[in-house]
Design a protein around this ligand. Structure first.
Ligand code: KIV
Ligand code: NA
Length: 265
């Protein structure tokens, strides 16, 4: 099992092989995801929501992201690991951005970082790549800017926002990003961007015309069934599976069935 590199991902795009990407935040889960054969594991700042219970990604800290990054990096042998730079760790300027990226690489053992934004952060992206850190871009719905948008609805519906997104995508490619995430934009626009760029474009709620797909693991495994956007496909109902197991345990503890003769010393 060879280690996936940014060069392999570029080859996959050239060969028309779709790229699989999924989030993980802890050692046990990341090991399962890696052994399943995922190409990219994203340690997303969605950890703020699904691990910590916040309603946005804004409160998660660089220390918390480093903790999740370390846990995932320890578990991952094959997949390329991407660590999200959290809100506040790069928006104040290129100097703090590059310092944050270096710290996140040094302290975790991940392979790359991801930042949200285009033109506004392009100098920061260039500086981070210049420091030798591979960068994945992220455009479309950018949850760290939720207070600017006011909604998690579809982005780039109008021409002005679509034109800016296309321009930003080219800027990120020119700056040297190895891949780009497009979140919650019309499929037609995402396909156009994917065709115009030579770097892989990974979509979430961006249709099938891109070079790969990413989802949040808790969402696709059915662990938070109240979250049901149109783009989400569920591959399991782990809430149901876990609830059945947990209730079985409660029943057995209450009845005295667990532990039995063979389960004690
Ligand atoms: O944090 C995250 O999980 C993400 C994906 C949704 C792309 O950025
Ligand atoms: Na994210």
């Amino acid at each position: 099992k060879r280690k996936v590199t940014t060069h392999h991902l570029a080859e996959m795009k050239q060969n028309g092989e779709k790229i699989s990407m999924l989030t993980s935040y802890d050692f046990t889960t990341a090991g399962i995801v890696d052994r399943a054969g995922m190409d990219i594991i994203l340690v997303g700042d969605s950890a703020s929501n699904v691990m910590a219970g916040n309603s946005t990604t804004l409160p998660i800290t660089i220390e918390e992201m480093i903790y999740h990054g370390k846990c995932v990096a320890r578990a991952t042998k094959r997949a390329l690991v991407v660590l999200d730079m959290p809100f506040g760790s790069y928006q104040a300027g290129a100097d703090t951005g590059v310092a944050s990226a270096i710290r996140m690489m040094k302290e975790t053992g991940v392979d790359s970082v991801k930042l949200e934004g285009g033109e506004e952060i392009i100098d920061t992206v260039r500086r981070i790549i210049g420091a030798g850190v591979p960068v994945m871009g992220h455009l479309g719905l950018m949850p760290q800017s939720i207070n600017k948008y006011g909604t998690y609805g579809l982005r780039a519906k109008d021409n002005e926002e679509a034109e800016k997104l296309i321009k930003d995508a080219h800027l990120l490619e020119e700056a040297g990003c190895f891949a780009l995430v497009l979140e919650k934009i019309p499929a037609e626009l995402a396909e156009k961007v994917s065709k115009e760029l030579s770097i892989p474009v990974i979509g979430i709620g961006a249709g099938g015309g891109v070079d790969g797909q990413v989802l949040v693991i808790q969402d696709m495994l059915g662990m938070n069934n109240d979250f049901k956007p149109k783009f989400l496909r569920r591959y399991a109902n782990l809430e149901e599976t876990m609830t059945n197991a947990l209730q079985g345990y409660i029943t057995d503890v209450k009845s005295g069935d667990f532990p039995n003769e063979g389960e004690q010393y």
